[in-house]
Design a protein. Structure first.
Length: 468
């Protein structure tokens, strides 16, 4: 049988490699035993190709990446163990197929060859997230061509879809493919843990372990965002890709072990593919849910957001700015600074704005900034027409900024902030994901302006009315 024949989750503590861990291996005995069993399971599946998914290689905000060098090599010299070296033939044909499929599926994929590695200052070596599980596979005598994938900071839906794409390509090929997702769970299980302590870390790990053992895909895909954030994990995205790989397949296996003696959760899971399932996969639910959500957003969008969306859509097709409505709604007749934000699958796709009005009315301000956000934000490529159905918009209308004397007068939930030093100015809108303190808000605004985070700056705050 060709196609996906096996998938597994492996943690990646370097201490699990005997040459690194030494006597400390006794503290993670269950993990070591399970990693050996995982390798035996892969060996029995007898793959022709190994696909690895790591959270510690080159990670991009808008793309999944694949290391594209043959042979592909790695070592553990960063952990004072340079004698542990591995080298694999690259699965180039399969990588070509993945690249073509991702282009057709509108999934961003970056193939990191020597030229790209030099441009982005990337080390073209297998990272420890891959090296640790591969060490055990190597010890079991497994030596197959490798496809070394690195997760991207894409939406869960796109990561799952990418995994399903790997499955379909494997079915179409003559390869028997085993997939190893590398990832640790919460890094916040105990006081003095690597990422600090949070009591919800254990809650996250217990949930993930139970859901993985039950293959409760929907529960994993619907995990509470605040729980994920507080867990401080690095394994959820590789797990999501792995679940996509296993979509609508009949499986045997489950979680082999879990422990976290050093404050980081190590789970090992092993799944043997028995055939295709008679039940529909979760991808169909994801696509239906996504479509319904976007339809509801369109039905309920405000007049300001509708105008921003129409401006982007018209410009995408005709490269022309639309005219404001002939009879302006009172809200659109005012003058104010405006920021238009565009997202795709909950990830920022563009954001441009003005702190003070530059046009005759709010309608013209929105049209101008919507076009700039969609096609002139230097951080992103211009929006392609085929993306339009996947985009969501918000419009922030700014109140007049006011000077503040002390950072204590800021509140990132209520106020946006403007920092200024000389000719350098940085702005951050209020109520942004991940900005939960005034200090962090100011630091991010400084970085946006190219100001050193230790420099003194002039501070201003402003309120916005956010339209969706």
């Amino acid at each position: 049988m060709s196609g996906i024949i096996f998938a597994g989750l492996a943690p990646h503590p370097p201490i699990a490699v005997p040459e690194v861990g030494g006597n400390d291996l006794e503290k993670i005995e269950d993990t070591v035993t399970s990693m050996k069993q995982l390798a035996v399971d892969v060996k029995e599946a007898d793959p022709d190709l190994i696909v690895t998914i790591s959270p510690h290689g080159p990670v991009f905000s808008d793309a999944i990446s694949i290391l594209n060098q043959d042979p592909i090599e790695g070592d553990l010299s960063d952990f004072d163990t340079s004698e542990v070296k591995l080298s694999y033939k690259l699965g180039e044909e399969f990588i070509e197929e993945i690249a073509r499929a991702c282009y057709n599926q509108d999934i961003q994929l970056a193939r990191i060859d020597s030229r790209a590695a030099k441009k982005f200052d990337i080390d073209l070596k297998l990272d420890h997230g891959v090296m640790v599980p591969l060490y055990y596979l190597n010890q079991a005598g497994i030596d197959c061509p490798l496809v070394p994938i690195n997760m991207g900071m894409l939406s869960d839906d796109d990561l799952y879809k990418f995994g399903k794409t790997i499955q379909l390509l494997a079915q179409q090929s003559d390869y028997k493919v085993a997939v190893i997702a590398s990832g640790d769970l919460s890094h916040r299980l105990i006081p003095n843990a690597p990422a600090g302590y949070n009591p919800r870390g254990q809650e996250f790990d217990e949930s993930i372990v139970q859901y993985l053992d039950d293959l409760a895909v929907e529960q994993i895909m619907n995990l509470d965002e605040s729980l994920i954030e507080k867990a401080g994990e690095c394994g959820l995205r590789p797990i999501t890709i792995m679940l996509g790989v296993l979509d609508a397949l009949e499986l045997s296996g489950g979680v082999l072990s879990y422990e976290g003696p050093f404050g980081v959760g190590y789970a090992v899971a092993s799944y043997r593919v028995e055939g295709k399932s008679n039940q529909p996969g979760f991808l169909e639910k994801l696509e239906a849910r996504k479509k319904n959500k976007l339809e509801q957003i369109r039905e309920n969008e405000s007049k300001l957001v509708k105008l921003a969306r129409q401006a982007v859509e018209e410009y995408a097709y005709k490269q022309e700015a639309i005219e404001p409505p002939s009879e302006l709604d009172p809200k659109l007749a005012d003058r104010a600074g405006v920021f238009v934000s565009i997202k795709k699958d909950q990830n920022l796709r563009g954001c441009i704005g003005t702190t003070r009005p530059a046009e005759a009315n709010l309608a013209k301000e929105i049209i101008r900034n919507a076009i700039s956000a969609g096609f002139k934000d230097p951080r992103f490529d211009a929006i392609d027409p085929k993306e339009l159905k996947q985009l969501t918009y918000t419009v922030d209308v700014l109140e007049e900024p006011e000077v503040v004397d002390n950072i204590k007068e800021l509140d990132p939930d209520q106020y946006g902030v403007i920092v200024k030093k000389g000719n350098a100015t940085g702005l951050l809108l209020p109520n942004l994901d991940g900005i939960d303190t005034a200090q962090k808000q100011v630091e991010v605004a400084k970085r946006k302006a190219g100001i050193q985070t230790t420099d003194d700056v002039e501070l201003m705050r402003f309120e916005v009315t956010r339209y969706k």
